[in-house]
Design a protein around this ligand. Structure first.
Ligand code: FAD
Ligand code: NAP
Length: 333
């Protein structure tokens, strides 16, 4: 345990802020010990790739490092794996691919830990983790009891779950179980995946091929947090009623959009921010990335409050220009 720990190395925005205590958690027993010995409040930290620390943290930060990947059940078509919440997400994806298993390949190269994946139901390239999710085990930090959540109890939605919503901060997820398929059917319909595969002469892609292409595209498009500190997409892509979309389209015929169920339309937040004049914007050391307006960046020494100020400014400007209220995807600490 470290007192007054600087968290700069523990968040991908590289924000220089402190917490009262940083406590590594290697097992479920460590959680129970912390509940007995340490003073609340608690915060839960994984890889720090989806938080913006806006002030010093007056709490004991439980740093989840529970490891292990084990097969707990199997039938002719599927494998049920149990994964320690402190495993790196990408390592799990690589493990599944090395075993020829399908389900997670489109989610390659997402930073962070397995325990945080259900938290916002991570998604990319047309796939969400809930599609392979079976259940998770969590410890209730208020009651000190353990509970298993099955899929239907998790409230998974678009970058959403009960752990990010109504129950935020209450449970520490210690283990997640995924069902992986032995007969993968790959999903190459999203974005440039199909085109890339064809350019490589791959007509019947394996999960390894899809993963390789996803990693290639991501490395080209997204800033590496080790070089330009960031937390990925800062805002969710807004989903609006058709009428709201038509209002925008009347003035901007080129507005990119994706039709969802129930006459709802998803509009990329990056386009709205770009149109509002904020692609590559800078406020001191806080900014948006020059190629990807949805990614807020720390150009060196920005405080969390400065980044939050820029985010709020973007919300206001986009709202007054388009009448759409952007919702933050990143968790504000
Ligand atoms: P942290 O940042 O440590 O925590 C995030 C939140 O989850 C916090 O509120 C924390 O308290 C809570 N939490 C963490 N662990 C637990 C636990 N064990 N139990 C309960 N609560 C917990 N996200 C996507 O969905 N899709 C993407 O494609 C994607 N790409 C990204 C690309 C880049 C370059 C970056 C920097 C981020 C990207 N993200 C993406 C966001 C981020 O990687 C994911 O949300 C990831 O799951 C966060 O994991 P973490 O361990 O770093 O979480
Ligand atoms: P992109 O492929 O340029 O697409 C831009 C936007 O269009 C995204 O909002 C995406 O929605 C949407 N979109 C594209 N094709 C779509 C389709 N066929 N159906 C429905 N919506 C579609 O996006 P990108 O920024 O390069 O990111 C690629 C993928 O990685 C996306 O899925 C994105 O969510 C994910 N990603 C997430 C983060 C994060 O921090 N959350 C960071 C980087 C990348 P969706 O976002 O809903 O897919």
């Amino acid at each position: 345990m470290t007192l007054n720990q600087n968290l700069k190395a523990y968040n991908t925005f590289a924000i220089n802020a402190h917490c009262d205590k940083l406590l590594p958690i290697y097992s479920e027993i460590d959680v129970y010990k912390a509940l007995v010995k340490e003073n609340a409040p608690f915060r839960i930290l994984g890889g720090g790739s989806n938080i913006l620390i806006s002030q010093d943290i007056k709490a004991t930060v439980l740093h989840n490092q529970i490891k292990g990947i084990s097969i707990i059940d199997e039938d002719a078509d599927t494998l049920l794996v149990s994964v320690g919440a402190g495993e790196k997400w990408h390592q799990l994806v690589m493990w599944s691919i090395s075993h020829g298993l399908g389900g997670l390949e489109n989610l390659s190269w997402i930073p962070g830990n397995v325990g945080a994946a259900p938290m916002q139901n991570i998604g990319a390239y047309g796939v969400e983790q809930c599609q392979s999710f079976h259940s998770l085990k969590a410890i209730d930090l208020v009651e000190g009891t353990s509970r298993r959540f099955f899929k239907e109890e998790c409230g998974f939605g678009y970058r959403e779950s009960v752990f990010k919503g109504a129950e935020k901060g209450r449970y520490i997820i210690v283990e997640v179980n995924y069902i992986l398929t032995k007969k993968p059917v790959v999903n190459t319909s999203y974005g440039a995946i199909q085109q890339r595969l064809e350019a490589k002469g791959i007509h019947q892609p394996t999960v390894q091929d899809v993963s390789d292409v996803v990693i290639e595209i991501r490395k080209e498009k997204l800033p590496d947090p080790a070089l330009i500190p960031n937390a990925g997409s800062f805002f969710k892509n807004p989903i609006v009623a058709k009428a709201a979309y038509l209002n925008i389209a009347a003035e901007h015929r080129e507005v990119p959009h994706y039709e969802l169920e129930n006459e709802l339309i998803k509009i990329p937040a990056a386009w709205l921010i770009d149109q509002a004049g904020y692609k590559g914007a800078q406020r001191g050391a806080a900014g948006t990335h020059k190629n990807h307006a949805l990614v807020l960046v720390n150009n060196g020494g920005a405080t969390g409050a400065e980044l939050l100020g820029l985010a709020d400014e973007i919300v206001d400007v986009v709202d007054s220009k388009f009448g759409i209220s952007l919702e933050k995807e990143v968790n504000i600490w």
